[in-house]
Design a protein around this ligand. Structure first.
Ligand SMILES: *Cc1c(COP(=O)(O)O)cnc(C)c1O
Length: 713
């Protein structure tokens, strides 16, 4: 087999995404091309002929590394003594079907928009690492999520590119005659045909549904083209495809899920298909099988924001779901009741979250605080229970360490925590050895990472300027922007208004004083996309651009366009301080700060989401005291003041307090405290173990959890 073919084998399983030793093979072959193709191995290998690969590989002695990587992959896929094999044997024949409208596995597969998708990707990777039998089910968005550019006025421009399916690590599923597998869903006016893509994610599989099939009406062909594109008409049909065609695709692939894990209400129709199947199998009516379908279903709600919970008008539901309802033998009113808090209120829209809550027996929010908020939010469904008994628990999110950890930091952990530290990631004792890490070594590695972040951002700023036909931005004395020795703050996430991207701009004079301080300056890197239909988010984005372009800020505050997993990774790996300013209690969890922790970044965050349970006074910084005020303007003002105070009086002095060797002892102690106290708790490995033990295994057994319906404490 030629080297080129061996590399193609490595590229076929997304395993490479979280194995730096494989990524480094591609990168070392040709760093320039690797960057140009947005880290997509298929496009990369199409650009290089087999001869070119041989020629470039020769001086790098790459063959040995490729052979080794292939052996490692094979061993990984065949390992039988995994945590999952021991703890989740019941799932071996009937795996978990993990449904989500988005999956963020890598920047080269743009079928995610933000935290929800990245979380799903991290969940899949960790399930694979643990050997928990799990298959992801999502939609294939041929045009992905949009690429973001800014025009000269700082307005967001959206470009959609049709994906070249040949350049993606996905395969069209076929039947036993080699014909493309097509499943159908009945709706009005006609049925929708759906083809099925699969991707290998380590030991797990991801199944993606695509309505671009001959025989579909034109508008149905485009149903799955864009992530969160179109209005409610498109949305409800996408959700029908995700849930019902998702279940049928699994069946057609010979996968019989033992547990359904619904993430957000978007995919809740899946459990109706499960019920229909039980009806068919047992010849019983819906009312008799509903409990059984719910008993095998786990539902995770991921946001307390109202707009995050799809609600559809009854007429629309009947139009689109009519045939589904008939197959369940339900009258319209009884069907609508499944998505209504008050079944007798004919005016109440059909809510996907209500459907998911009613049709599941394991329900959770994604942080302790979000669990509490969700119990209050949905208590109307359990009117006879006191709010603290509402059966919604919590499992706090975590991040997939191998995907977010930079190589130099991984080196430190390997050296000090032991070669198999990743196997013992989730035990606090593993991290005690952090106390022995040499402060200077830790600092040097962090500085290296910050320098590569600065270089990355400079490269991006140059390209962005070129695309607008402008000169590369430079300082007054002609140097490129940003300085790796300056205190570096990162803020990157979707531009949703509750995240308050402009909180830092509340008092521009004060910000000016901080940014341009003579002895202890500060620089800020922003990134993030606003949803195409979200005019408030777009306004916020424009305000950010406007401020970064002001003369007094332009050298030290920059915006990186087209936030994606790649940008997120660079930022998480290189910043000193990760800023998170949601209006409490709207951030269900937040995960970007967890990515920074692993790489020595400190969090400055409102006590919301995960930070409310993570901050211990010494492992980062808290903005505010965790109080919530009904007057949001007042809350915003107070939070801004505390943010300035903590930057001015705590973070910046600590960062710039150097010993004779230029090392900030106090700051490093905090970085180490953050790693030691947070890394083991807020990783996806712990999260997937929690789901497995508390939800998947009991749900697969058909038994109820020890506390009925409660997931988590
Ligand atoms: C991790 C991540 C997020 C999550 O951001 P939060 O505001 O912390 O929830 C969003 N987008 C991308 C690309 C990410 O990698």
């Amino acid at each position: 087999m030629s080297l080129h073919e061996q590399l193609q084998d490595l590229a076929r399983n997304l395993y490479w995404v979280w194995h730096p030793e494989v990524i480094e093979i591609f990168r070392d072959l040709d760093p320039q091309v690797w960057r140009e193709v947005n880290h997509n191995p298929a496009v990369f290998l199409a650009r290089l002929s087999p001869e070119e690969v041989e020629r470039k590989a020769e001086p790098l002695t790459l063959q040995a590394r490729v052979t080794h990587a292939l052996h490692q992959l094979e061993a990984y896929l065949e390992a039988s003594y995994t945590w999952g094999a021991c703890q989740a044997g019941v799932l071996r024949v009937r795996p978990v079907a993990y449904f989500s409208a988005e999956f963020g596995l890598h920047e080269s597969l743009p079928i995610y928009s933000g935290g929800l998708g990245v979380l799903a990707g991290d969940h899949l990777k960790s399930a694979s690492d643990l050997g928990v039998p799990l298959v992801g089910v999502g939609l294939f968005y041929a045009k992905g999520y949009f690429d973001q550019r800014l025009d000269a006025d700082g307005r967001q421009q959206e470009a959609y590119f049709a994906a070249d399916v040949n350049s993606l690590p996905i395969d069209l599923a076929t039947d036993d005659k080699g014909k493309p597998l097509v499943v159908t869903v009945r709706t009005r006016p006609s049925e929708v045909r759906v083809k099925v893509w699969t991707a290998a994610v380590g030991r797990c599989r991801l199944v993606l549904l695509d309505t671009h099939v001959d025989g579909n009406r034109d508008e149905d062909k485009n149903l799955t083209a864009q992530l969160y594109g179109g209005g409610v008409q498109v949305r409800i049909r996408q959700e029908l495809v995700l849930g019902v065609a998702g279940m049928r695709a699994l069946a057609a692939l010979g996968i019989q899920p033992g547990v359904l894990h619904l993430n957000e209400g978007h995919c809740a129709f899946a459990v109706l298909e499960q019920a229909r199947r039980l009806m068919e199998r047992d010849g019983r009516p819906f009312g008799d099988v509903a409990e059984q379908a719910a008993a095998g279903t786990v539902f995770t709600t991921h946001t307390p924001i109202e707009a995050g919970h799809d609600r559809f008008a009854p007429d629309l539901v009947e139009e689109v779901l009519g045939p589904t309802r008939e197959a369940l033998g339900l009258a319209p009113k009884d069907f609508l009741a499944l998505g209504r808090r008050n079944p007798d209120d004919a005016g109440e829209p059909f809510c996907m979250t209500v459907l998911a809550l009613k049709m599941s027996r394991y329900r959770n929010g994604v942080s302790a605080l979000h669990g509490r908020v969700s119990r209050a939010m949905w208590r109307g469904l359990w009117p006879s229970l006191p709010v603290d008994r509402v059966p919604i628990g919590h499992i706090t999110n975590g991040v997939h360490v191998a995907s977010w950890l930079a190589a130099p930091m991984a080196g430190i952990y390997r050296d000090h925590l032991g070669p198999d530290w990743e196997q013992h990631l989730c035990t606090p004792e593993t991290w005690h050895a952090m106390d022995e890490v040499d402060e200077e070594e830790f600092w040097q590695q962090h500085q290296t990472l910050k320098t590569s972040l600065v270089n990355f951002v400079r490269r991006r700023l140059r390209t962005q300027a070129e695309q607008r036909g402008e000169e590369e931005p430079r300082t007054a004395d002609g140097r490129p922007l940003l300085d790796p020795d300056v205190f570096t703050v990162g803020f990157a996430r979707r531009f949703a208004s509750y995240k308050r991207a402009t909180l830092l701009f509340t008092d521009l004079e004060r910000l000016d004083a901080l940014v341009n301080h003579a002895d202890r300056p500060m620089q800020v890197i922003f990134a993030g996309k606003a949803h195409p239909n979200d005019s408030t988010g777009k306004d916020l984005l424009r305000q950010v651009i406007e401020v970064t372009r002001q003369k007094r800020f332009r050298e030290r505050m920059v915006f990186v366009e087209n936030h994606d997993i790649n940008v997120a990774r660079h930022l998480a790996q290189g910043v000193d301080l990760w800023l998170n300013t949601p209006r409490r209690p709207n951030e269900a969890c937040g995960t970007s700060g967890q990515k920074a922790v692993l790489n020595g970044g400190l969090n400055a965050s409102v006590l919301d989401g995960w930070w409310a349970e993570a901050w211990d006074g010494a492992n980062g910084f808290a903005i505010g005291d965790g109080a919530e005020r009904a007057d949001t303007a007042d809350q915003d003002r107070r939070d801004a003041q505390t943010l300035y105070d903590l930057l001015e009086h705590e973070a910046l002095p600590l960062f710039y307090d150097r010993n004779a060797r230029g090392v900030p002892h106090g700051w490093i102690r905090r970085q180490m405290a953050a790693v030691r106290t947070l890394a083991w708790r807020f990783c996806a490995r712990r999260m997937v173990m929690d789901y497995t033990e508390r939800c998947y295994v009991p749900a697969a057994g058909g038994a109820t959890a020890s506390v009925p319906g409660r997931a988590g404490p």
